[in-house]
Design a protein around this ligand. Structure first.
Ligand SMILES: Nc1ncnc2c1ncn2[C@@H]1O[C@H](COP(=O)(O)OP(=O)(O)OP(=O)(O)O)[C@@H](O)[C@H]1O
Length: 470
C-alpha cells in the first residue's frame, strides 16, 4: 500500500486525502484491480483481488509477480507478458481453484511502461450459469424434438387435424386410446365421428381385435335386437336353425362402435345398459349369459341431453356411455382444416379419375368461407362433382354450386359488375382483412407465400391504405 502511495504520490502529486478516497473507490470495485510498476512489482491490490485470488494485500504488495509465479501462486503472470510484449492482453487463468478472466494494460510515460493495470473477474459462477443454461437449452431442444417426433409419428396421415380444435381433440384421443373407458362422440353429421372411432381402435391395445360397427339407425327395429344380441336355435320362426352370434359377441376382444346411438329404441337401450354393466350378453331365446370383453364407442349427431329430457333416451345409459365425451367441432369452426382437406380430397379424386384438376385460388377462398352444413362429407361430394364435371383443368369460381356463390357477398349473379370487378372487390376485401389482422407487410407476404413487393404493389393498386402498418 505504501509503495502505491509513494509511487502514486510521486507520479501524480496527489494530496493524501484524495489518495485515500481514490483507493477507497478502487477497493469498492466488484472486479479485481491489480497494479504493478514497470518491473512487475505490485503497487496496488484491491479487496476484490483478495476475494477472487484468496491472497492478502500484505502477501502481494511490494512483491514482484515473478516471485508469485515461482512460488506457484499464479500459473503465469499476465503483467510480465504485458511488460514483455508492451501490448494489452486478456487471458483466462485458474487461480485459487477459480476461473478468472484477466485483462492487463500497460501505461506508458515517455515511451516507458511505468504501470501495468490488471482487471480480473471471477467467471466461475458465470460459467456455471452458462453450463446450466446450455443444459436447460439442450433439454428443451430434446423435448421439442421428441414432441415433434410424437406429433408426426402419432398424427394419422389420413386424418386432417391442422386446426387447434382438432389438435386438442387428437391429444385427448391419444390419452384415452389405451384405456377401456366408454367414449361418446358427439358432433354434426359428416364431421368424422366414425373416422375418429376407427382411429381410437387402431391406437388401442385392442387393435388386433375386431372393430364392429353397428348403425343403430340403419337396421330395422325388429331385426336390431337379434343382430345385436344374436339368438339361440329355434328362437323364433324364420330364425337360422343353428342360431346366430350377435354383433356384440362378435366384437369380443375388440371395439364395438354404436353409430347413431340416439336412434336406439328404449327397450334395446335397457338391454344395452345391462351389457355395459355386466359385460355379458344373453342371446334372444337363450338363458345363459355369455361374457364379452369389449370397448364401446358410441356416436350421435342428436342432442342426447335433450332426448333425456324428452324421455326418449335413458339417462343411466347416457352416463354409462359418456365416460369420455368427445365433441367433434363442425368444419365451420375449424377453418384451418378446410384447405388441407380440399387438397387431400382433390388429390384423391384426381387419382381416382386419372385427372389433373386444380382449383383456382378465388374458388378456394369461397370454399373456405362456406359454412359447410354437411361438413366433410359435403366437402368431399362437392369436390368430386367439380372434378368430374368441369371441362377445364382449373376449376374456377363460376363452377361452384349456386348456393355457395349466393352466400358469398361479392357474387351477385344479377349484378352489373364484370368478372374483373368482382375479383378486384374480392381481392381488396381479402387483402384488407389480412392486413388488418397481421399488421405487417413482410409477415403478410410470408403467410400468403408471395413477394413483399407484390403485396405492396397490390395494396397500392387496390387503394388499400397502409398507414400504421410496419
Ligand atoms: N379429419 C378428417 N380428415 C380427413 N377426412 C375426414 C376427416 N373426418 C372425416 N373425414 C371424411 O369425411 C367423411 C365423413 O366422415 P365420418 O363418416 O367419419 O363422419 P360421421 O361424423 O361419422 O358422419 P355421420 O354422422 O353421418 O355418421 C368420410 O369420408 C371421412 O373419410
Amino acid at each position: 500500500m505504501l509503495n502505491f502511495h509513494n509511487n502514486y504520490e510521486n507520479a501524480m502529486s496527489m494530496p493524501a486525502s484524495l489518495q485515500e478516497e481514490f483507493e477507497a473507490i478502487l477497493d469498492s470495485s466488484f472486479d479485481g484491480i491489480h497494479i504493478t510498476d514497470g518491473q512487475g512489482v505490485t503497487l496496488f491490490y484491491n479487496k476484490a483481488c483478495e476475494r477472487i485470488e484468496g491472497l492478502n494485500k500484505e502477501e502481494v504488495i511490494g512483491v514482484n509477480v515473478q516471485r508469485l509465479v515461482d512460488q506457484g501462486v499464479y500459473p503465469n503472470s499476465l503483467a510480465l507478458k504485458v511488460l514483455e510484449t508492451k501490448m494489452p492482453m486478456t487471458q483466462l487463468q485458474k487461480v485459487n481453484g477459480k476461473e478468472i478472466m484477466v485483462s492487463a494494460k500497460p501505461i506508458f510515460i515517455n515511451g516507458q511502461i511505468t504501470r501495468v493495470v490488471m482487471n480480473s473477474r471471477d467467471i466461475t459462477e458465470l460459467n456455471l450459469l452458462k453450463q446450466e443454461l446450455s443444459h436447460e437449452k439442450m433439454i428443451k431442444e430434446q423435448y421439442q424434438t421428441e414432441l415433434e417426433f410424437i406429433r408426426t409419428e402419432k398424427m394419422p396421415s389420413h386424418i386432417v387435424c391442422e386446426s387447434l380444435e382438432m389438435q386438442k381433440m387428437m391429444d385427448l384421443i391419444f390419452t384415452v386410446s389405451n384405456v377401456d373407458s366408454s367414449i361418446l362422440i358427439q358432433g354434426e353429421s359428416g364431421v368424422g365421428k366414425e373416422v375418429i372411432s376407427r382411429f381410437i381402435h387402431k391406437k388401442s391395445k385392442r387393435k388386433e381385435g375386431p372393430f364392429i360397427k353397428i348403425d343403430c339407425g340403419a337396421i330395422p327395429e325388429n331385426l336390431l335386437e337379434s343382430e345385436l344380441f344374436g339368438y339361440e336355435k329355434g328362437a323364433f320362426t324364420g330364425a337360422d336353425k343353428n342360431g346366430k352370434v350377435g354383433l356384440i359377441e362378435l366384437a369380443h376382444g375388440g371395439t364395438l362402435f354404436l353409430d347413431e346411438i340416439g336412434e336406439l329404441q328404449l327397450s334395446l337401450q335397457v338391454k344395452l345398459l345391462r351389457v355395459l354393466q355386466d359385460r355379458e350378453v344373453v342371446r334372444v331365446g337363450g338363458k345363459a349369459p355369455i361374457k364379452v370383453d369389449i370397448r364401446i364407442i358410441a356416436a350421435t349427431n342428436k342432442e342426447l341431453e335433450k332426448m333425456i329430457k324428452d324421455k326418449t333416451f335413458r339417462e343411466d345409459l347416457y352416463y354409462r356411455l359418456n365416460v369420455v365425451p368427445l365433441n367433434v367441432p363442425p368444419l365451420r369452426e375449424r377453418k384451418r382444416d378446410i384447405y388441407p382437406l380440399i387438397q387431400k380430397v382433390l388429390k384423391k379424386f384426381n387419382e381416382k379419375y386419372s385427372l389433373q384438376k386444380e382449383i383456382h385460388p378465388d374458388a378456394i377462398k369461397l370454399l373456405i368461407d362456406y359454412e359447410w352444413p354437411g361438413n366433410i362429407r359435403e366437402l368431399e361430394n362437392v369436390i368430386e362433382r367439380l372434378v368430374v364435371t368441369s371441362k377445364d383443368n382449373t376449376i374456377d369460381l363460376e363452377r361452384l354450386p349456386a348456393n355457395m356463390k349466393r352466400e358469398n357477398k361479392f357474387y351477385k349473379p344479377d349484378s352489373q359488375l364484370s368478372y374483373k370487378e368482382v375479383m378486384e372487390a374480392y381481392e381488396r376485401e381479402f387483402l384488407k382483412e389480412k392486413l388488418a389482422k397481421v399488421k405487417n407487410i413482410a409477415r403478410m407476404a410470408e403467410e400468403l407465400k408471395i413477394d413483399e413487393s407484390t403485396v405492396r404493389r397490390k395494396l397500392k393498386k387496390l387503394n388499400i391504405p397502409v398507414k400504421s402498418v410496419i
